[in-house]
Design a protein around this ligand. Structure first.
Ligand SMILES: O=C(CO)[C@H](O)[C@H](O)COP(=O)(O)O
Ligand SMILES: [Fe+2]
Length: 218
């Protein structure tokens, strides 16, 4: 699945920008609070406004402190998937339960330096694992190749049936890096600048999808 990130869209035209990626699978919505990450974007009221007009289901990535307080609201508003950061949660299982009870898929995100192993059992209660391939906070950064073993390990755990979840990668995904991520086992690809920075976002999505599918078959 390809999930363009609105972080790289024109914030003054969010309705149009969601229409421009109507062929995408999920529309990635990066919530930043200037505490968990050193940047501030948008929150629940803006998400509700986008949700009302978007032709694509929303994938909310909450880069915020105290996600337990806010995550269920995004699910209640109609998000398809709501992801919280492991580093910000005191009880990730409880957050997953609340997100699912409110009707969305539940995701757990790991920063590049956060290991997977301590979260393997917790992830049995989640639907999505978001592996950050840049330090969270900004779009347009370079893909961190060193994170790929974490993607491989997650795919292995899904392959053996220990986990059942989407393996999503976020940060620095473009026509080149998407192949490495797909080969390592990712199946959801967030792309901000590679989609919204392209002259034709629909074409960019199709090209990314094609490259990922070819790499996955290989
Ligand atoms: O979570 C994020 C940053 O914290 C964004 O989703 C991500 O950076 C997408 O932007 P790009 O594809 O330009 O790297
Ligand atoms: Fe994100």
């Amino acid at each position: 699945m390809i999930a363009p990130s609105l972080l790289s869209a024109d914030f003054a035209r969010l309705a149009d920008e969601s229409q421009r990626v109507a062929d995408a699978d999920w529309l990635h919505f990066d919530v930043m609070d200037a505490h968990f990450v050193p940047n501030l974007t948008f929150g629940l009221p803006v998400m509700q406004a986008v949700q009302a007009v978007s032709p694509v289901p929303l994938d909310c990535h909450l880069m915020i402190d105290a996600p337990e307080r806010w995550a269920p609201g995004y699910a209640e508003a109609g998000a398809r998937n709501v992801t919280v950061h492991a580093e910000a949660c005191t009880d990730p299982r409880a957050v997953a339960r609340d997100i699912r009870a409110a009707g969305a898929l539940a995701g757990l995100a790991l920063k590049p330096g956060t290991p997977l192993e301590p979260y393997v059992e917790v992830l049995r209660d989640f639907d999505t694992l978001l592996v950050m391939t840049v330090e969270p906070g900004f779009g347009g950064q370079e893909f961190i190749t060193e994170v790929l073993p974490k993607v491989r390990r997650a795919r292995e755990l899904v392959g053996t049936g220990h986990l059942q979840l989407f393996v999503e990668v976020d940060g620095g995904i473009n026509a080149d890096t998407i192949e490495q991520a797909a080969e390592a086992g990712a199946d959801v690809f967030v792309a901000g600048s590679a989609v919204y920075g392209a002259a034709d976002p629909a074409e960019a999505i199709a090209a990314l999808r094609k490259r990922a599918a070819a790499a996955m078959q290989g």
